[in-house]
Design a binder for this molecule. Sequence first.
Ligand code: ACO
Length: 334
Amino acid sequence: MNNRKIGISIIGCGSAAPQNQLSNQHLSQIVETSDEWISSRTGMKTRHISNETESLSQLSAIAAQNALTMAGMAASDVDLIILATSTPDDLFGSGSKVQHLMGATKAVAFDLTAACSGFVFALITAAQYIRTGMYHNVVVIGSDLLSRWVDWSDRTTCVLFGDGAGAVVCQGTTGGDRLLAGALYSDGSLNDCLNLAYQSQSQSLVEDITVQSGTYQPITMNGREVYRFAVAKVPEVIEKAMFQAGITSEDIDWLLLHQANQRIMDAVAQRLKLPQEKVLSKIAQYGNTSAASIPLTLDAAVREGKVKPGDIIAASGFGAGLTWSSAIFRWGQF
Ligand code: ACO
């Protein structure tokens, strides 16, 4: 079972977004804000918002199918599906539903929750299964519908988030490892900075016994604190991965960060001495789509012909937990 010569190649990507778009102008009709404030502070212009007929499972399955088509692989060839999400259709997990919608009858599927770091956490997790030889073809999906959990009267958060899904197909290979390095971190002492927290309501059952039957509360975030954290930790975790991979920033073709704020992306690029042209960004069109933002942005860049086979990509996710992560990989088939 343990074959250390098995490496990973990432051979397909895909994405999907809901049809409806909510622009900065729309938002200025809902809360006291403006296109000028949102664009200059975040780089966002519009975001996609799901309607009642669009589920997380459906969008995830479409993104995965698109990735499989690019990879030239049938759904029946998939061994494992990891769905990174914080907003499943079902709190028990949506991975199995996605597996069914894809028709990936042979695959086992499960959810992984690490908020905006979810996709990178799932990619590194997939790599462990592939390198040990347990699974060969793995679909990693990052998908979130945070619009379900936004307080639409809170201008400090409701302008930031959008919905979407992105996916990649990873395959085991004995021709070298294209996932060059990865690093994952958590710091729960900063947990209060960003929450979608359960709030219980006591309900008395019988004498002396109560149950806590509540619900989840909308997203709350200390934006300034998370901003400071991201600008400090993201360059550090990418530098660690570069060291592990034996490369310098000059070797990096593309910087692919979680799309939380254009200013964060620019600051990280500057710290790593990477020119602006190497920063992949789709934040203007999609806003912050949480676990979807990295694969969605990758997919757009690949389909635009920007990212080419063999290019080295430094990806980093960060967010609630707090969590932060990086993965350095070469894009495409051998
Ligand atoms: N429109 C107009 N004014 C606003 C808005 C708005 N939408 N939101 C806040 N303001 C006001 C504030 O009230 C404040 O006013 P004051 O100075 O009178 O108090 C002023 O604008 C500045 O507020 P800041 O919070 O300092 O604005 P900042 O420049 O920090 O931008 C932002 C806020 C965009 C949230 C930024 O802090 C940020 O991007 N933080 C990081 C977010 C992030 O990375 N999240 C992680 C991923 S998400 C996840 O894991 C689910």
